[in-house]
Structure formats: structure tokens, C-alpha cells
Design a protein around this ligand. Structure first.
Ligand code: ATP
Ligand code: MG
Length: 375
């Protein structure tokens, strides 16, 4: 039995993402790779705008045609919000704006904001080591996604900020990103690299001398000098970075934040989504809902008479059709089991099932159609 049967309109609201879309100030879509996080983030944005809210969606690496539909052509300041046209029609509707996450520009902005002076900021930003590693630091994409969320939320310009998450190896990275930044700033190698010149000369700490020795061998002495300078200049903004990471961490757990976990019903995706749901529950992040996307259509049951009739057919195209039908049936049974195990971890949060459509969702009407299924 589907979850939508025998419900009152109030129960229906609670069983959809309507409440999340109307009342959250921040929504993060997260989940395994390729299950529709970016598409869901955009569709939630459409739903929120149509519910009267001024909404901005931060997408990460959207598929080319979806980016076009959102007006995000490559380059062209796509790091700044652009209004998406054709989403809303009535005067009471809100607005949808979209932008693409640019991890480097987000970090540059963060450094400039935290630095005491322009000179301090330039010392970090113009360092060759910074240029080489910004954007490629492990977990940097995840951290920058939540940092961008903080920047947009703090601007006070938006009723709702929706953040899509990077296609990371582990969806869970996003939850840990702020703590990982604090961890990095507390790491012994980092601590040693940021001490003053004189102390530095006396370094005996094995980890950091090994680290520098390795860097020197691999990349030459200039890189060692640049690395030391980089970490030392970073130290001038360290307090700010730490405070910000804590603020972001608190924001992710705030009352106005909702995590929307997206998964497909395939076993591999489900196991990663379960891991993520466990982490969300354990670490007290607010779960707004679970979207199970890309569900195969369930074929109709064959009656005994049909089965008998088909059994007498022998080989041929109809028999092949029958085999395919049975395969779809067993796929549907397997998917149902996976969905049931996901539902258990969703607790009281709504679970929304979305079918695998036979067309890609790459334009505004497609997003509107999806938005109607979500709310
Ligand atoms: N219900 C659906 N039916 C058919 N196609 C879909 C559906 N949902 C999403 N898609 C398509 O699947 C592809 C992947 O979707 P999307 O980019 O949103 O996934 P993602 O989780 O963001 O991926 P990544 O982990 O790479 O960021 C896109 O081409 C999208 O149009
Ligand atoms: Mg994506």
C-alpha cells in the first residue's frame, strides 16, 4: 500500500515536503552520487518560489542542460545569484534565483572577510601554495558549499537558501566539513608550520620535519618556503576561520535548517543513504525528509489465467516480453524492500517517492512537474 492512501489533507501536508519548503530557512539536499540531488534542489526551489518565498538555490556542477534552464552559463559570474524566469506566475508568488558554487571564489571571500587588512588577505590569496591547493583541498568543496550557505543566509536577502551538495565520494563528508576544518587548524603539522620564525628554526617535531623534507624532495626548496609562508599568513586569519567553522556547524543544526536526503532504491545507493541517515540521527542534524527517486514502474500482476495462457506460447517475442515483465516484477519487489529499510531510518520525516521518468528533467516545466510531486 502506498503511503498516500487514506490521509487527510493535513496529514498529506506533513507527509510531503510542503512544510519544509514553507518554513525552513535553509535546506541541504544530500545523498549518494547521481541520484538526483541537484535536480531535487532545483525542484524544491521552484516549489518554494511558487509558495511565495524569495528563494536562492546554490547548485554544484549541474548537468549542462539543467544549468542552461537555470540561466547558469559557464563563466559569466554564475557564482552570483541570477533570477530564473518562467517559474512563477501569480503576483503572490515568490522568486527563484540560482547560482553555481565556486569553491575558490567562496574561499577568497571568506579570507577577505576574516583578514584584518587587505594586506593580510593578499598574503594568503597571492601565495602560490594557496593558488595551487585552493579548491582541491580534501573536503574543500563540501566546506565551501556550507560556507556559501552561511554567506547567503547572513546577507538577510533570502527567505530560503537551498544548497545542493557536491558529488563527493562519501555523502557524509558534508556533515563533517566544518569540524574537519577546525581539526585541520589544530593538526600538529599545521600548528608547527604556523609558529614564529625563531621557534620554527628549532623544530624537532618529527611529523612536520618529515612533511617538509618530503615536500622539499618532491617540489624543491622554494615550495617549502612558500608553504611555510602560506601557513604563517593563514595563521593571521585562523581565529576567524575557526569561529566561522563553528558558526556554520551550529547553523547546520539550527531549528530553521532541514536536510533532505535523496537516494535511489538501488542497493548500493541505499546502503550509503542509510549510513548518512544514521549520521544525521546520531549527530542531531534536522532531517526534513527523504526523497526516494528513480523508482522503476511496478508492472501489473499477471492473473493465473494469463500465466497459463503465456506458458502455452512457447518461444517467441511474446515469451521474451513475459520474461522482461517478470524481471521488472522482481526488480520492483527488490526496490520495495530497499525503500522499506530506508523508511525505517527516516523516523517521523516524510518519505517522498519519485518515479524514474523516461525523460531527463532539464527545463523549467520539468522542474515544475517534479516540484508538484514533492509538495
Ligand atoms: N526522476 C527522474 N527520472 C529521470 N531522470 C532523472 C530523475 N531525476 C533525475 N534525473 C536525471 O538524472 C541525472 C542525475 O541527476 P542529478 O544531476 O540531479 O543527480 P545528482 O545526485 O546531483 O548527481 P551528482 O552526485 O553527480 O551531483 C540527470 O540527468 C537528471 O536529469
Ligand atoms: Mg549534483
Amino acid at each position: 500500500m502506498s503511503r498516500s492512501e487514506k490521509r487527510t489533507p493535513e496529514e498529506d501536508q506533513l507527509a510531503s515536503l510542503t512544510h519544509v519548503v514553507k518554513s525552513s530557512e535553509l535546506i541541504l539536499t544530500c545523498g549518494p552520487g547521481g541520484v538526483g540531488k541537484t535536480t531535487t534542489a532545483a525542484a524544491l526551489g521552484v516549489a518554494a518560489a511558487r509558495a511565495g518565498r524569495r528563494t536562492v538555490v546554490v547548485t554544484v556542477d549541474p548537468a549542462r542542460r539543467l544549468a542552461d534552464a537555470l540561466g547558469l552559463d559557464e563563466g559569466a559570474a554564475s557564482d552570483q545569484p541570477h533570477q530564473v524566469k518562467g517559474v512563477t506566475k501569480r503576483a503572490t508568488d515568490g522568486e527563484l534565483w540560482a547560482l553555481m558554487l565556486d569553491a575558490e571564489q567562496t574561499f577568497d571571500r571568506l579570507v577577505r572577510e576574516q583578514a584584518g587588512s587587505r594586506k593580510q588577505a593578499d598574503a594568503v590569496l597571492n601565495n602560490p601554495v594557496y593558488k595551487a591547493i585552493s579548491g582541491s583541498l580534501s573536503g574543500a568543496q563540501e566546506y565551501m558549499a556550507v560556507e556559501r550557505l552561511h554567506q547567503l543566509h547572513a546577507s538577510g536577502e533570502w527567505d530560503l537558501v537551498i544548497v545542493d551538495t557536491p558529488p563527493s565520494r562519501h555523502a557524509i563528508d558534508l556533515l563533517e566539513a566544518p569540524d574537519r576544518l577546525v581539526g585541520f587548524l589544530s593538526h600538529p603539522v599545521y600548528r608547527t608550520l604556523t609558529v614564529g620564525q625563531r621557534t620554527f628554526a628549532k623544530i624537532t617535531d618529527a611529523a612536520s620535519s618529515m612533511f617538509l623534507w618530503a615536500v622539499k624532495r618532491l617540489a624543491g626548496p622554494q615550495i617549502v618556503e612558500d608553504t611555510v609562508q602560506f601557513f604563517r599568513s593563514l595563521a593571521t586569519i585562523e581565529g576567524g576561520l575557526r569561529d566561522r567553522a563553528r558558526e556554520v556547524s551550529a547553523l547546520l543544526r539550527g531549528d530553521d535548517t532541514s536536510f533532505v536526503v535523496v537516494s535511489s532504491p538501488r542497493a548500493e545507493a541505499v546502503s550509503e543513504a542509510e549510513h548518512l541517515l544514521d549520521a544525521i540521527n546520531d549527530k542531531s542534524f534536522p532531517l526534513g525528509g527523504l526523497v526516494v527517486n528513480l523508482i522503476h514502474p511496478e508492472p501489473t500482476e499477471l492473473s493465473e489465467a494469463d500465466e497459463q495462457l503465456l506458458a502455452d506460447l512457447g518461444d517467441g517475442p511474446l515469451a521474451e516480453q513475459l520474461a522482461w515483465h517478470r524481471e521488472l516484477q522482481s526488480l520492483a519487489v527488490a526496490e520495495r524492500l530497499e525503500i522499506a529499510s530506508l523508511e525505517k531510518l527516516a523516523g517521523a520525516a516524510p518519505v517522498i517517492e519519485l518515479p524514474l521518468l523516461d525523460v531527463d528533467i532539464h527545463d523549467v516545466p520539468g522542474l515544475v512537474g517534479l516540484a508538484d510531486r514533492l509538495v
